[in-house]
Write a protein that binds this ligand. Structure first.
Ligand SMILES: [Zn+2]
Length: 395
């Protein structure tokens, strides 16, 4: 099997020295400078932008490593900005301006004897002590980039993972309050996320001091408040994604997930979510969970497949007909054609799995293939192994 390139990151807190704070604020200034230059002169080609920007950054008394990184960060911001302008033609888009102190560099740093050495003055690097945990995590890997904020540093490290030939697949369906897994060995696993602050807590908190003001919501998500909440949600998702990838690794299963197409579908997907704070938070957390599962799976050499999401929640996973919602039990779906009654999350996970297996680029051993829908017997007997992970739903 051919090797795949896999990346992981590891964080630690640190106290920045005055020199680091100076670099961080200069970096931010350079980024904003480049962004304004790119907008003012409408520089769309990367080459023209780089030539002009590099010249203008001459006045900054900082090593050129940082100039190059500030330029590439600015180029990214400009690209996203142009995309946003195209998308929201009718609404005015604000000029991008970076407020946060944040620096990513891929050049000039070194890891030596438990220290991170950052270029500062020629032959006088800045030294930051790495924690034991960070040192242990990166041992044996190549550190590709360093990201610094005012209080946190993060190292991205990489390896060539050997892709495993999967014995089967797991279809993953993320819902408002759980992640449901359906595997080719017929097992169903449900990871509960209901305890998460994810939906209820956040919504309650935010609603109490918020009115209908989209700008303010956006600020809260990107601001300090949103960051705190995101950290909490991330931790919960990390637990789930870790267990999911562990399970996949043990069984040598690849993972199948839905291709997220825009956030609109995500609003519709849950119950009564509006395009407000909760909706935004949720669509962010859907994408975050996928990101975590993908990089953890790649690290283990497990294949990751994305399938189109259309219809996975409404089609019958037995016969392919459109399901009807049972009015009295909103988690159950009934198929008018084959008569089966299924949990809506299990049904969706199985549809995702079936789609992935069909498009798997790797031929599976015969026993891992799903039977044809019409050959399914009584669904109750086929899906008896249901593992519940996490606390049971509270509401
Ligand atoms: Zn059916």
């Amino acid at each position: 099997m051919e090797p795949v390139f896999a990346i992981k990151t590891i964080n630690q807190y640190y106290t920045p020295s005055p020199e680091i704070l100076c670099i961080l604020s200069q970096f931010r200034e350079m980024m904003n400078h480049c962004v304004q230059l790119g907008l003012a002169e409408n520089l769309t080609s990367l080459k023209a932008f780089s030539l002009k920007a590099y010249k203008q950054l001459g006045k900054y008394d900082i090593m050129s490593y940082y100039k190059l990184c500030a330029m590439s960060a600015a180029a990214g911001i400009l690209k996203n900005h142009r995309k946003a302008v195209r998308r929201e033609e009718k609404r005015p888009t604000t000029t991008p301006y970076v407020r946060r102190l944040r620096l990513t560099t891929c050049y000039g740093f070194k890891i030596q004897n438990g220290f991170l050495l950052l270029p500062h003055r020629p032959k006088e690097p800045i030294r930051i002590a790495l924690t034991q945990h960070v040192q242990a995590s990166i041992t044996g890997y190549e550190v590709r980039s360093v990201t610094l904020t005012e209080d946190k540093l993060s190292l991205a490290y990489a390896k060539q993972a050997v892709q495993i030939k999967p014995r089967g697949f797991i279809g993953i369906d993320r819902n408002l309050d759980n992640v449901t897994l359906a595997a080719t060995n017929d097992s169903i696993t449900v990871h509960n996320l209901a305890n998460a602050t994810i939906v209820k807590g956040i919504y309650r908190d935010v609603r109490s001091h918020m009115r209908r003001n989209d700008v303010r919501i956006r600020r809260q998500i990107s601001g300090k408040y949103g960051r705190k909440q995101r950290e909490k949600v991330k931790q919960i998702l990390h637990q789930a994604s870790k267990l999911i990838v562990q399970q996949a690794k043990q069984q040598k299963f690849g993972v199948v997930m839905e291709q997220l197409t825009g956030i609109r579908r995500l609003y519709k997907r849950g119950n009564r979510q509006g395009p407000r704070y909760r909706g935004r938070m949720n669509s962010w957390s859907y994408a975050e969970l996928q990101r975590q599962i993908e990089y953890k799976a790649r690290w283990e050499g497990l294949p990751v497949i994305y399938v189109r999401p259309h219809g996975t929640s409404v089609k019958c996973s037995m016969c392919g007909s459109r399901m009807a919602r049972k009015p009295e039990e909103n988690r159950q779906l009934k198929c008018p054609t084959c008569g089966v009654s299924l949990d809506r999350d299990v049904n969706a996970a199985r549809n995702i799995l079936a789609r992935g297996v069909r498009f798997a680029p790797i031929a599976l051993p015969i026993e891992a293939m799903l039977p044809e829908p019409e050959r399914y017997g009584n669904p109750e007997s086929r899906w008896k192994r249901v593992n519940l992970i996490g606390n049971p739903p509270t509401s």
